[in-house]
Design a protein around this ligand. Structure first.
Ligand code: PGA
Length: 250
């Protein structure tokens, strides 16, 4: 049985004091969670978060990683650096990185390989823009992102990958994909993975939905057969809101 995974993507929010306080509030609220619970924090909060989650069921994630093991890459952070701080997961290819920082399928692929090589688990994000959805290109876009992002990655490593389907038009907008829309696109993603790795591996892959997922819509989304978790932005910044998502009823 695969275990659902609810991950918070804090984005560029919370200094160290805020991180400590939020985890202190959150930990008791999610202690009885049946799903895996992850928080992906800014680099500068990792050390504080690592200490604050000790003895809890909350796991630690980062929001990006560089593709090279080390070297002249000013401003970048390597997988080894994250691993040293006990980071377990790393988000790669978030649409904000694709949109604002020139992330491409090739760079997503290179970062994913570096993360896996460094012993990290990956939350690989895919998703179409509003324009792409409206012009009927959703399937084409997510299949391209999946094929590009996973290129050259061994089947054995797929176990260390979670895919997050995040329609760009639903992120931070309050506009959620309907549970059916999310389920249908995730089914397309899973089919693309099946083509690459076969049925068993594709069925075992956890695929999250992300995009304005919150306490109100989490249960309906999580009830869909293809949806194995959520990547939560805004609603992960308040302990009761995130805890409510973690306690979705499936
Ligand atoms: P949101 O963000 O929940 O605020 O829409 C989700 C994400 O970007 O991962």
């Amino acid at each position: 049985m695969k275990r659902d995974i609810i991950a918070g993507n804090w984005k560029m929010n919370n200094t160290q004091a805020g991180t400590k306080a939020l985890i202190k509030d959150l930990a008791p609220l999610v202690a009885d969670a049946t799903c895996e619970v992850v928080i992906c924090v800014p680099f500068t909060d990792i050390e504080v978060a690592r200490k604050a989650i000790r003895g809890t069921n909350i796991k630690l994630g980062a929001q990006n990683v560089h593709w090279a093991p080390k070297g002249a890459f000013t401003g970048e952070i390597s997988a080894e650096m994250l691993k040293e701080l006990k980071v377990e997961y790393v988000i790669i290819g978030h649409s904000e990185r694709r949109q604002y920082f020139g992330e491409t399928d090739a760079s997503v692929n290179a970062r994913t390989k570096a993360a896996l090589l460094g012993g990290l688990k990956v939350i690989l994000c895919v998703g179409e823009t509003l324009e792409e959805r409206e012009s009927g290109k959703t399937a084409e876009v997510v299949i391209r992102q999946i094929n590009g992002g996973l290129e050259g990655i061994e089947k054995a490593d797929l176990k260390k990958i979670v895919v997050a389907y995040e329609p760009v038009w639903a992120i931070g907008t309050g506009k959620t994909a309907t549970a059916q829309e999310a389920n249908d696109t995730i089914a397309i993603i899973r089919k693309a993975v099946r083509k690459l790795y076969g049925k068993t591996a594709a069925n075992a892959l956890r695929i999250q939905y992300g995009g304005s997922m919150n306490a109100k819509n989490a249960s309906e989304l999580m009830a869909m057969p293809e949806i194995d978790g959520g990547l939560i932005g805004g609603a992960s910044l308040k302990a009761p809101d995130f805890a409510a998502v973690v306690h979705y009823n499936k």
